[in-house]
Design a protein around this ligand. Structure first.
Ligand code: ADP
Length: 387
């Protein structure tokens, strides 16, 4: 395989399911490695679709469009885990897809994901399936309130989560979920009173070789990732423990590609797994400038069966701050010039056509000799931008 991607009589084409910012940054890494990129996404002029002639904007639910995408792609990867696994299976009849439909099936449904981790001996918050209201009473009588009700599928950036403090709130949340066709199946988990949220990126190839990025701290605001601090300011032993847990998660789902593992650090210094993303992850954007090999390049290396690159940092510290939409409207920022005046600051704009409140429109990564220095740099640059 290693030879075949560079020894064909035509340029190797990596097909990506999804055309958002993750696909865009994957494409940038892919072009640098001499690949062609094909994008399938149900949208004209998606951030990644705009970059290639091999753009299939009618989406994967359109059979003809999907077939055309398969035709031009030598191998397929994905930037979002919400694709129907049957579509991935259809593609697998013709092309290798990494991560596979089997992995996506284990990840897409958060209840199945948590059960898979638990069976593998990985520590997760207490959780239980909810089929009737009495299940909530049974669970909370054992583990108490607050608790978090989560939709099994299609949750992201907090859509699909409800923290409830009593039975009435639980009832209201269940009613609200029941109105949403995609998110109506739910489970409940215990509320973790964490001291920090951590994340680790793991890259794993077909042979099962892994490379692990430093453990980072993620800071969420209203369930959306606001910033990432690399490396996390926790002791070495915990950082290593987080990395071991992250690798165990990827092995439990037979993952090939790149994976972001979100973790909770509790007051008594236990690490619990929140969830895994089977794709490049927001918590790994800092790797573009701060590591020898970015998460995007390593994703491509893993799925194309190339040697994995070093995951070490090339700077003592880095901080990433997301640029979130502050209004509904066009996606172009009012001013970025001031950001570009900052040194050791890297600006990324995703070119989304429309901005929404809380929508990820871009990010800033700053490097520093300490986490505080990097944070101050990133923060003052991010403050200089307006949407
Ligand atoms: P999404 O898939 O929408 O990102 P997550 O399950 O990752 O949802 O939750 C988003 C955020 O909500 C987490 O980063 C964390 O801050 C908070 N959260 C999720 N589950 C719990 C929990 N069991 N206890 C405490 N906070 C939680």
């Amino acid at each position: 395989m290693l030879k075949s991607i560079y020894h064909k009589d035509k340029t190797f084409t990596l097909g990506i399911l999804g055309g958002g910012q993750l696909a865009k940054m994957l494409a940038l890494a892919g072009y640098r490695l001499g690949l062609n990129i094909a994008i399938i996404e149900k949208e004209e002029q998606s951030p990644a679709g705009d970059m290639t002639k091999l753009d299939f904007p009618k989406g994967w639910n359109n059979e003809e469009e999907l077939n055309n995408f398969i035709q031009v792609s030598d191998l397929v990867t994905l930037e979002n885990e919400f694709i129907d696994p049957e579509i991935i299976e259809k593609i697998e009849e013709h092309r290798n897809v990494y991560p596979s439909s089997k992995t996506v099936r284990l990840v897409q449904d958060k209840f199945i994901q948590k059960s898979t981790f638990k069976e593998a001996g990985i520590a997760v918050p207490e959780f239980q399936l909810i089929q009737k209201f009495e299940d909530i009473i049974e669970f909370t009588s054992k583990f108490g309130f607050p608790a978090v009700i989560k939709s099994r599928k299609f949750g992201y950036d907090g859509y699909g989560n409800a923290t409830v403090f009593n039975e009435d709130e639980a009832k209201t949340a269940i009613q609200r979920f029941s109105l949403n066709e995609q998110r109506k199946d739910v489970y409940i988990e215990s509320f973790v009173d964490f001291t920090k949220e951590l994340a680790v990126m793991v890259v794993r190839n077909k042979a099962g070789e892994t490379a692990v990025y430093p453990c980072v701290e993620t800071i969420q605001y209203r369930h959306i990732c606001h910033s990432v601090i690399a490396p996390a300011e926790i002791d070495e032993k915990l950082r290593n423990q987080a990395k071991e847990i992250a690798v165990a998660c990827v092995e439990a789902i037979h993952g090939i590609g790149i994976f972001g593992i979100e973790l909770f650090l509790t007051k008594d210094k236990k690490i619990l797994v929140n969830e895994i993303a089977p794709r490049p992850h927001n918590s790994g954007h800092y790797t573009i400038e701060a590591c020898y090999t970015s998460q995007f390049e390593n994703c491509i290396r893993a799925v194309c069966d190339l040697p994995l690159g070093s995951t070490n940092m090339i700077t003592p510290a880095a901080v990433m701050i997301n640029l979130l939409g502050t209004r509904d409207g066009i996606g172009i920022p009012a001013s970025v010039i001031d950001v570009l005046r900052h040194s050791k600051v890297h600006l990324h704009l995703y070119n989304k056509k429309n901005s929404r409140i809380g929508r990820k429109m871009g990010h800033i990564t700053a490097l520093g000799s300490t986490q505080t220095e990097a944070y101050n740099r990133a923060k003052s640059a991010a403050d200089a931008i307006e949407w």
